[in-house]
Design a protein. Structure first.
Length: 295
């Protein structure tokens, strides 16, 4: 069962979020029919997006849209995050989900090569009621996802952050997936920062620790180096949810204008649409398109 925890280390000077997203990423793999390479890439994006939903979103009317385009073979990646109570809800897709690349020289999945580095990570925060939005745009560092989000938090959000993301894939699908995010408060000391750095260097990767059945609490204590870390909330969740509907797609079609709708009717006599996030199809007959023109 997927879960996430939030805690504090070093008497509140360091915050940590850790998550197990194995079932979520397996669901995404099946939904989008992903290859091992794109499973690893989208799994990392889903994991950090879910954790950001739990830490960055305070209002149910707020959302975060993540856009990544490194001009690699995967093309653009889009992820939308919302939050309700103790759960973070995400939906995402890649422009090309069928990319499969050889392992890199370290024997690991070549996520950075698939995503690319010649582009940007864009974080858009929006409130549906006020219609206010905020963009945080940073160049991609490696395309490996964790390093790119670390750069975003340091440059755009001004929050010193350590992020680790891991997706372990085998012949049957996603074996383990998860991540952690450590953020330093202004009063964190150099000694405490040094202890965290040494602890992370000694620790195994996130997916390896999960594969050894370490609990999220044990992982948090291991990577912070604080055996006395306190966990304030340990029953959080990250789930996949797409809220598309035929009505929404109808609104989208109507917005293209009378001339374009008439062209569709003349050329095809109907319109077939598909949601990128969940692959659900919505078909519109000639009569339905004509009613849109009349409105």
């Amino acid at each position: 069962m997927d879960r996430a925890i939030k805690g504090l280390a070093y008497e509140g000077k360091v915050s940590i979020v850790a998550s197990d997203t194995t079932e979520l990423v397996e669901q995404i793999r099946n939904l989008h029919d992903l290859t091992p390479t794109t499973t690893a890439a989208l799994g990392r994006v889903a994991t950090i997006a879910g954790m950001m939903g739990l830490t960055e979103l305070k209002d149910t009317d707020d959302s975060i849209t993540i856009q990544i385009n490194g001009k690699g073979p995967m093309g653009s990646i889009v992820c939308v995050v919302e939050r309700e109570e103790a759960k973070s809800f995400i939906k995402l897709y890649a422009q090309n989900s069928k990319v499969e690349l050889p392992l890199n020289e370290n024997g690991k999945i070549a996520v950075g090569q698939a995503v690319g580095t010649d582009g940007f990570l864009n974080i858009i925060r929006q409130n549906e009621i006020t219609k206010q939005s905020y963009n945080g745009l940073v160049p991609l560092v490696s395309g490996e996802i964790a390093e790119d989000f670390t750069q975003y938090f340091a440059q755009s959000a001004q929050k010193p952050t350590v992020i680790a993301l891991g997706v372990l894939v085998n012949k049957d699908g996603v074996k383990r997936s998860g991540g952690y995010m450590i953020q330093l408060m202004p009063d964190a000391t150099e000694e405490e920062i040094s202890k965290i750095e040494k602890s992370i260097a000694k620790a195994q990767s996130m997916s390896q620790m999960l594969d050894q059945d370490m609990t999220l609490e044990d992982i948090a204590r291991t990577v912070t180096g604080d055996e006395n870390a306190l966990f304030l909330i340990n029953d959080l969740g990250i789930e996949y949810r797409c809220d598309c509907s035929k009505e929404r797609f109808a609104d989208g079609l109507a917005s293209i204008g009378k001339a374009e709708l008439e062209k569709i009717i003349e050329e095809d006599g109907k319109a077939n649409t598909k949601c990128h996030f969940c692959n659900k199809e919505y078909n519109f007959s000639k009569e339905e398109l004509e009613k849109m023109i009349e409105m």
